[in-house]
Design a protein around this ligand. Structure first.
Ligand SMILES: *Cc1c(COP(=O)(O)O)cnc(C)c1O
Length: 480
């Protein structure tokens, strides 16, 4: 291609319409009828800017009024769309922190909607006609479900650990095993959280082993708390030993020290009967006599982002008086969805079938296979020659620091595109109007049917078809 002369470029620049011309044109009127003026103006300015830069740098760019209008419409779409938006999780990771962890049950969603547009008794005691406590609403059900004397809800587990430690052990020592000084991801590191809470960390044991005597030897006049942290996202194997919660509770009783367990995921039904091993239930931890236990609302519990602090009434009351609590308190929407989620746990069958997280983790291979077959059959209908479609057996994961060594056998639709690369397919799906997040294994894109919701199948199939079709002449134009 011959480089344009400066004169040509000047001519192109002067041919670019002005913002005003575009606003007054037929398209402008159409856009202003639908979108806010500020959005339309901004979109026009941004597109014209790009066009000018393109002209000056000599890149080939569509300068017809149609091409410019097309770009502006696309830009308006981008500018007026919500930045936080739904997507399809085809990764097979059920509790995916990057993808917002739990999707809520219908009951939880309904209750959120119900309370969102109304005033509520969030901090109002209706029978007494006076100020009430926002924590009162879920206290009874949490007591019933966990067996603990009292309970409290704050924003997330990181906040809970901070507030509990600060209440119980500020300027004093909390004893933790070195093997439990974990990082959970997103910069939640137990030692750093402890430091920010004003607590002195007293590490005991070696990375792979801790004995009860290590704890015992670490106790002094400044010890305020014994802490046990669930190892969550990693597992030690081989020459290892840890002190059980039971032993720790016994030691705590002997020295009149509170024992706290950061359980992380916090499962409230026994998953053993569904063939899922290795996650202690909250109830069992409470039964072992811990003074406080914390567990997330949006991990295995399958509710909103929140954390439950359950334990001895005296300690919960003390925490409620900590001024920090105000900074980490939950809003009415969280409480509404959490309460509705917890209510489902009163009937375990309901919990497992209606709470999406539990449903996805416990669904049978047959159900997953059927869903994979449905996706695959719809795909095969009219993608003639654009890809080969199959179904393979694979492994899903629980995610969210839960059940790190448990494999969940699953079925995935495997897509091997023939006209574009698999990386290009993955990218197009991710960048589509309804983003689909999938993983690549060898030369195929895998759609794990475990985490695809039934109501998403049609949209998913459309997205894949579109991604296999559009602009198929351009292959991987992005630099690696
Ligand atoms: C996930 C986790 C946390 C952090 O919980 P958030 O709800 O993400 O704040 C803390 N401790 C443990 C053991 C965890 O697994």
């Amino acid at each position: 291609m011959v480089e344009k002369t400066m004169q040509d470029k000047q001519k192109d620049l002067s041919n670019i319409p002005s913002v005003d011309e575009l606003l007054k044109g037929p398209n402008g009127e159409k856009w202003l009828g639908v979108y806010q003026r500020s959005v339309v103006v901004r979109a026009i300015r941004e597109v014209l800017d790009i066009k000018r830069k393109d002209i000056l740098s000599g890149s080939n760019t569509g300068l017809s009024i149609d091409a410019i209008s097309h770009d502006i419409e696309k830009k308006i779409g981008e500018l007026s769309a919500y930045k936080l938006r739904p997507l399809i999780n085809a990764t097979g990771v059920v509790i995916h922190t990057n993808l917002g962890r739990a999707i809520l049950s219908d009951k939880a969603i309904q209750n959120m909607i119900h309370t969102a547009g109304s005033y509520t008794n969030l901090e109002y005691d209706i029978p007494g006609g006076k100020r009430g406590k926002r924590y009162a609403h879920i206290k009874d059900i949490l007591r019933e479900l966990t067996g603990a004397e009292d309970a409290l809800v704050v924003n997330n587990n990181a906040a809970a650990v901070l507030v509990c430690l600060n209440t119980l052990a500020k300027d004093r020592e909390a004893v933790v095993s070195r093997g439990e000084l974990v990082e959970i991801g997103g910069s939640f590191r137990i030692p750093e959280v402890m430091k920010s809470s004003g607590v002195i960390l007293k590490e005991v044991g070696a990375t792979n082993k801790a004995h009860l005597s290590d704890y015992r030897n670490a106790l002094s006049g400044s010890t305020a708390l014994l802490l046990k942290v669930h190892q969550s996202n990693y597992k030690m194997i081989g020459f290892t030993e840890e002190v059980s919660l039971k032993e720790l509770v016994k030691l705590g009783r002997e020295f009149r020290l509170p024992v706290m367990a950061d359980l992380g995921s916090g499962c409230m039904i026994d998953l053993e009967k569904y063939g899922i091993h290795g996650e202690p239930t909250v109830q069992s931890v409470v039964r072992e006599g811990v003074d406080l236990v914390t567990f997330s609302g949006d991990k295995l519990l399958g509710g909103p982002q929140a954390v439950i602090i359950a334990g001895k009434e005296k300690l919960i009351q003390k925490i409620q008086k900590n001024p920090f609590l105000r900074a980490v308190r939950v809003d009415k929407l969280t409480l509404a969805s959490l309460e509705a989620t917890l209510m489902l746990y009163l009937d375990e069958e309901k919990a497992v079938s209606e709470i999406p997280t539990l449903r996805m983790l416990t669904q049978s291979k047959a159900v997953i296979k059927k869903r994979a077959q449905k996706i695959s059959a719809s795909l095969k209908k009219d993608i003639s020659g654009k890809a080969s479609i199959g179904i393979i057996e694979d492994q899903s994961r629980a995610g969210g620091g839960s059940l790190p060594e448990t494999d969940f056998p699953t079925f995935a639709v495997s897509i091997k595109p023939s006209q574009i690369s698999v990386n290009e397919l993955e990218k197009r799906l991710r960048l589509g109007n309804a983003p689909v997040i999938a993983r690549i294994k060898e030369d195929a894109l895998l759609i794990d049917a475990r985490t695809v919701q039934d109501k998403e199948i049609m949209a998913l199939v459309d997205c894949i078809k579109a991604a296999l079709s559009h602009g198929s002449s351009q292959i991987d134009t992005e630099p690696e």
